[in-house]
Design a protein around this ligand. Structure first.
Ligand code: NAI
Length: 703
């Protein structure tokens, strides 16, 4: 028996669990609630303890065991994380589905970890919570997979802010099991003895429920709806009747760390506890389970990105060489280490990395470090930067080169190996850091501006290569107070340039929710706007038969330079398509109005007259047109025996069906949109016999 590799990513569920207030109360009683916290036990104004969410895992676990082929003889619940999106209502149906996301191999002697993530929504349509379960399987190790990333949290060395004592009664497992976990180990003395225990033990999730109550009572009393995340690792078994302590440290507003100890022995029973709280925003942007690599994150903007992503659940690789502002110097581990310490103090996960991204080998090792530590790369922020400002004639080759090496080549060096990982997994977010100096120009920064605009070119093409793999590549042009700007901008101005004002946009652009790719945004001082390369409509000044003169260019300069109706193209093909269309653009009347069809119906009225009978010998074809939009409708054109019949409506047996929206159809018919471009851009959809559709151009000639 071995873990089934095909199970990873395979959908498990959905499972439906109907529940009433009685189930919520039964759970509350199972985790020690009573008259002291009646709001969990009385159907009048009942509040549901958020950890009630674990009742959904039992169905899921059974399927998870089957599909993964895990050896049930050695299975323990290793870790549990619940991330809340909406409070759990007192009754309804819970709908749960998910998948196994990872197997980790701790070695033949030590076992394996099976990690699964699933989402639960309510019959009212709300997404309630995400549950991440880690199963520790003692007997499945040694299959040659990667080891689990280390994720020990650093607890504060000071005294805790709260200690909540409790003694779960001897009979507690008998009540808790009624919420779903009916395993004999928690009820049957003979079975427990066989498993090496004196008597039945507490359910780990029951002790977890005690912790959840204690955390709410101390940190958000009376407001279970404010719980946003509860995560922990199960460490030691506990006998019912043993006194326990929930030990809690408030870290920052919104986050606490906790553990449960056996009050008799001092042993830690549940460890690595994180508790997050606050108003539950709808559509919260989270990064749980995601791995982010941020270059140059030892200070300035990168540090703030790292902290924000870690707070939102990402595992962060904090890269920084620790050199001087101009990139010189020995380098230092201190900046990256300090940011990782800050992340850990917030209860997050991070690892420091000191590679120089300006080298190919450095970029490769940085991505390898992410894989070794956290198993993957989902997010890359190319942020590392240096400055060597000089006016152009003083710009020696080494100052030109050094700046290009860090900014432009650095982004290539890290993106290249990271993109390979993202393409393989079918998901990725890459953020380039460009600059207003590159987008618009800045005196004394030719090297920097060239590098920063080079990053836009890199983004433009990489976005296309990532499109089929859910890899989005965007760019940010920040303005923020940092050591790069501290002596360039006046101090009173710097006060308004907190890097924290830039981070939300960076975080959004690397989130799953990010809807765009290939876009550039200016961000700073609380303002965000989009910047783009725009192309004007221009004018046709000649063709291969009429080569224009420089004087003709001069004569048409206003139209050539005009940016009215300018467009941002998504790729080169779109731009070339417009160029071709411009060459076939119909003549404009003196007053600027375009001659040609103005309504869709006119096209079909003109179609019989446009038919060229003498090229239609032997042709038997029906073209069905389905045109959307205000002017839309259905028409078909039937060509047979050298005659053409055009009618409104649907034909029973068309050879092919052409679908377009009215405006595109008019552009096509007026020569503004070449047919091939319409087809490749998806503006023209053809169903049925595509080859026959090509006869249209041969059979009809519109004037
Ligand atoms: P910063 O100097 O605080 O951060 C840059 C970090 O990159 C430093 O910690 C540095 O040690 C690190 N770094 C430099 N070379 C490296 C290398 N070869 N390998 C690894 N790490 C390296 O500056 P700031 O302002 O936070 O800059 C971040 C990014 O934002 C840079 O790309 C910068 O060009 C860009 N930017 C910043 C603006 C601002 O107003 N602060 C304006 C426009 C762009």
């Amino acid at each position: 028996m071995a873990l089934n590799p095909d199970a990873i990513g395979k959908k498990i569920g959905p499972f439906y669990k109907d529940y009433t207030w009685k189930d919520a109360v039964l759970y509350a009683l199972g985790v020690g609630a009573g008259f002291a916290d009646l709001e969990y036990c009385y159907e009048k104004d009942l509040k549901v303890i958020p950890s009630f969410g674990i009742v959904t895992i039992y169905d899921f676990m059974a399927d998870l065991a089957t599909v993964s082929n895990v050896n049930l003889a050695g299975v323990l619940h290793g870790e549990q994380e619940l991330i809340f999106h909406h409070p759990i209502p007192p009754e309804g149906t819970l709908i749960t589905e998910g998948a196994i996301t990872h197997y980790y191999d701790k070695g033949a002697e030590k076992g394996a970890l099976v990690v699964a993530e699933f989402e639960t929504s309510h019959s009212n349509g709300d997404k309630l919570f995400t549950s991440i379960v880690t199963i520790f399987s003692r007997l499945d190790g040694g299959f040659g997979g990667e080891n689990a990333p280390a994720k020990e949290l650093t607890f504060p060395v000071r005294d805790p802010d709260y200690i909540v004592e409790a003694i779960p009664p001897e009979d507690q497992p008998l009540v808790f099991r009624l919420s779903g976990d009916v395993f004999q180990l928690h009820v049957d003395r003979g079975f427990a003895e066989m498993a090496g225990f004196e008597k039945p033990i507490m359910h780990g999730l029951c002790t977890h429920g005690y912790a959840c109550r204690a955390l709410i009572d101390t940190i958000v009393p009376g407001k279970p709806q404010m719980v946003r995340r509860v995560a922990c690792r199960f460490k030691k078994p506990l006998y019912p009747g043993t006194p326990i302590k929930t030990v809690i440290w408030k870290i920052v507003e919104g986050q606490a760390m906790w553990r449960i100890t056996n009050a008799e022995t001092g042993e830690v029973v549940i460890d690595n506890g994180v508790f997050e709280y606050g108003d539950i925003p709808r559509d919260q942007i989270r990064f749980d389970g995601r791995v982010a690599v941020i270059t140059g994150a030892g200070g300035g903007l990168g540090r703030v990105y790292a902290l924000e992503l870690a707070k939102r659940g990402a595992k962060v690789v904090v890269n920084d060489l620790g050199g001087a502002r101009d990139g010189t110097g020995e380098g230092s581990k201190v900046p990256a280490d300090e940011v990782v310490d800050e992340i850990k103090a917030l209860g997050g996960e991070g690892v420091a990395n000191y590679e120089n991204v300006a080298t190919v080998a450095g970029g490769k090792r940085l991505v390898e470090a992410a894989l070794d530590t956290f198993g993957t790369v989902d997010i890359l922020i190319n942020n590392a930067g240096i400055l060597r400002d000089k006016s152009f004639l003083k710009m020696e080759p080494q100052n030109w080169q050094a700046v290009l090496d860090v900014h432009l080549h650095g982004a290539y060096n890290v993106s290249h190996p990271a993109f390979a990982v993202m393409k393989e997994k079918g998901y990725g977010r890459i953020l380039m850091t460009t600059s207003a100096a590159g987008l618009y120009g800045n005196f004394g920064q030719t090297n920097y501006a060239a590098a920063k605009m080079g990053l836009v070119g890199l983004m433009n093409s990489l976005k296309l290569e990532g499109e089929n793999y859910d890899i989005k590549v965007n760019a940010i042009a920040p303005v923020a107070a940092s050591r790069l700007t501290e002596d360039i901008l006046p101090p009173e101005f710097l006060q308004n340039l907190k890097p924290e004002l830039v981070a939300p946009m960076a975080v959004y652009l690397v989130s799953k929710q990010c809807p765009v790719t290939g876009n550039i945004y200016n961000v700073g001082m609380g303002c965000v706007n989009r910047s783009a390369v725009l192309t004007g409509r221009g004018t046709v000044v000649g063709d291969s038969a009429n080569i224009p003169t420089a004087e003709q260019i001069l004569a048409q300069w206003a139209e050539i330079s005009c940016l009215k109706e300018a467009k941002a193209y998504h790729n080169l093909t779109e731009q070339v398509g417009d160029l071709m269309a411009a060459l076939t653009r119909p003549a404009e009347d003196a007053d600027g109005s375009v001659t040609g069809f103005t309504t869709v119906a006119e096209v079909f009225d003109a179609m019989p007259g446009a038919f060229i009978a003498n090229v239609s010998a032997g042709v038997d074809v029906v073209f069905q047109f389905k045109i959307d939009g205000d002017q839309g409708g259905e028409w078909y054109s039937s060509v047979k025996d050298a005659s053409c019949d055009v009618s409104a409506g649907i034909h029973q047996k068309p050879s092919c069906t052409l679908k377009m929206i009215d405006s595109d159809f008019l552009d096509l018919m007026n020569g503004k949109l070449p047919a091939m471009q319409a087809y490749t851009s998806g503006k023209l959809k053809i169903e049925g016999d595509i080859m026959k559709s090509q006869l249209i151009e041969k059979l009809f000639k519109f004037n």
